[in-house]
Design a protein around this ligand. Structure first.
Ligand SMILES: Cc1cn([C@H]2C[C@H](O)[C@@H](COP(=O)(O)OP(=O)(O)O[C@H]3O[C@@H](C)C(=O)[C@@H](O)[C@H]3O)O2)c(=O)[nH]c1=O
Length: 218
């Protein structure tokens, strides 16, 4: 998915301190605010987010999260915890994971090193897209982020060695509320970039239930 970024940040002195410009491209459904742009998917809820990178001879600078701009583009979650994982082998699959209420989590995912295919599955009962999924390639190179709202299972497969993923979550870790869904459940129809036998998995993720075996959760 192509995400073009805002040309310039809001100028100082052009309005109330802390104000931000929000524009909405109706054709593509894009929302922009300040340095951030969000593009929706076919499934309502998740967003693919790009933030402006200010490049110079040293490298680049970017605001990877701004509460003001992200709220304006549709990320309304309040984040309370930052997570970071390293997956050494290519073809590591983590997921599909979610926490159930009262500790359900929205997530904002990005890649610090390497690349992943990131996946979110709609588990909202009554949703017209229940059981459907979206995917996005997130990498250190493209800087894209995936917003995964409450009500989705989330997982990823690494595309490069030593891939580091960082993500914000809107609730604290609650082991009793931690749940999973089988990454390779045929009912999901996810086209993973790794063969079933070659995937590197945790013991937990080798024995997650299938979609048909989950009770209504969201
Ligand atoms: C997720 C998490 C795990 N842990 C601990 C539990 C366990 O001993 C160890 C490894 O946990 P896991 O095997 O669940 O880690 P991992 O498989 O990386 O789990 C993560 O996968 C991705 C796809 C997500 O979306 C996350 O929400 C999370 O579920 O870390 C925490 O202490 N806090 C946390 O927030």
């Amino acid at each position: 998915m192509d995400v073009s970024l805002p040309a310039a940040p809001p100028a100082c002195g052009t309005g109330k301190a802390g104000s931000s410009t929000l524009t909405f491209n109706q054709t593509r459904g894009e929302r922009r605010s300040g340095n951030a742009v969000a593009t929706p998917f076919e499934i309502d809820g998740p967003l693919l987010i790009g933030v402006r990178r200010f490049g110079d001879a040293r490298g680049f600078f970017s605001e990877t999260y701004s509460r003001r701009d992200f709220a304006a583009i549709g990320v309304e979650a309040e984040f309370v915890q930052d997570n970071h994982s390293l997956s050494a082998p290519v073809g590591t699959v983590r997921g599909l994971h979610f926490q159930v209420p009262p500790y359900a989590q929205a997530k904002l995912v990005r890649v610090l090193r390497g690349a992943v295919l990131d996946v979110a599955v709609d588990l909202r009962h009554g949703s017209p897209t229940f059981g459907h999924h979206i995917t996005a390639e997130l990498s250190a190179a493209n800087g894209l982020q995936l917003y995964v709202p409450v009500g989705f299972a989330h997982g990823f497969c690494t595309l490069l060695p030593d891939t580091e993923v960082a993500y914000k979550v809107s609730e604290v870790y609650a082991p009793d509320c931690d749940r999973g869904l089988a990454w390779d459940d045929p009912a999901l129809g996810i086209e993973w970039p790794v063969a079933r036998e070659a995937a590197v998995l945790s013991d937990k993720d080798r024995r997650q239930p299938r979609l048909a075996d989950l009770p209504p959760l969201f």
